[in-house]
Design a protein around this ligand. Structure first.
Ligand code: PMP
Length: 284
């Protein structure tokens, strides 16, 4: 694989980052994942806008203009001959040359890393036909989940707890209500109403969420942005999650309880189709 490191395209085996990098010792960095379908970037503008917000929120500074990220992503797609897959981008506060809680001076260069992951047939993922099983676990993450930091240990632990129970993912619960999945936003459907938690510091503002809710409203579906409990989810007609890599993924059970008929629902299937259609049309 050819990867990107601080302005250079190099073989992955040659891409080296300092042991003092703030990303390594402090999880002091942010990231984005952008899907690639048919060699084109899905919702680049949305992901770029969120990257800029994450960098701003942490005062990391932004090493390059939006157009340079776009050009870099396209270069990586071309050099690695990616048809379907993902681009991972990470920007850290860089290498202060030593370990210190205080941020280094503002002129410390950020570390910018990007690489591709090839996933042939990404949009035809068979999991979309069977749906995911989820469990619930307490949400024990920090309080600024709207910032997309590389601090992913708790979501990893929750994912492992799900796997240990034969499930596909975990939904995180705080004060009785579901915040989101380990790496996706969570939804239930009751009648014709799509319910998903409102935006705040408590969840990541999913780029897929924004697009799916916009498209749902355009298709005259009703959207309610509010929290819901695991019990309400168990009584729902359908459930699903959204993320840049899973798109719209049906959820068929929660903590072993079937949702609806225990098979992927019509609303999720329709939203997946509308979303993929629109995203392919607007891909860059
Ligand atoms: N919530 C969390 C905690 C996530 O990690 C992600 C994906 N990175 C999402 C939601 C979905 O966001 P997006 O649709 O932008 O991929």
């Amino acid at each position: 694989r050819t990867v990107y490191l601080n302005g250079e395209y190099i073989p992955e085996t040659e891409a080296k980052v300092s042991i003092f990098d703030r990303g390594f010792v402090m999880s002091d960095g942010v990231y984005e994942v952008v899907s690639v379908l048919d060699g084109k970037l899905i919702d680049f503008d949305g992901h770029q806008a969120r990257l800029n917000r994450s960098l701003d929120a942490l005062e990391i500074g932004n090493p390059m203009p939006d157009a340079d990220y776009l050009a870099m992503f396209r270069e990586l797609v071309a050099r690695n001959d990616i048809t379907d897959g993902m681009i991972y981008l990470q920007v850290t506060r860089g290498n202060p040359g030593d370990r210190d809680f205080a941020y280094p001076p503002k002129d410390t260069p950020q570390t910018v890393v990007a690489f591709t992951q090839s996933k042939p047939g990404l949009a035809d993922n068979p999991a979309a036909q069977s749906g995911w099983k989820v469990i619930t676990v307490p949400d024990e993450r920090w309080g600024r989940r709207d910032i997309k930091t590389v601090q992913l240990l708790y979501p990893s632990m929750a994912k492992m707890a799900a796997k240990a129970q034969g499930a596909d993912d975990a939904w995180l619960v705080e004060e009785g209500k579901i915040t989101e999945g380990t790496s996706n936003n969570a939804y239930i459907v009751k009648g014709n109403t799509i319910i998903t938690r409102e935006l705040s510091h408590d969840i990541l503002h999913g780029i897929t969420r924004a697009a799916v809710l916009r498209l749902a409203r355009e298709a005259q579906m009703t959207v309610e942005e509010r929290g819901f409990t695991p019990d309400e989810a168990k009584q729902a007609d359908e459930a699903f999650v959204t993320s840049a890599s899973a798109f719209v993924m049906p959820v068929v059970s929660i903590d072993g309880a079937k949702i609806g008929t225990g098979t992927p629902g019509n609303v999720a299937a329709r939203l997946r189709e509308i979303y993929l259609d629109e995203m392919r049309k607007t891909a860059l």
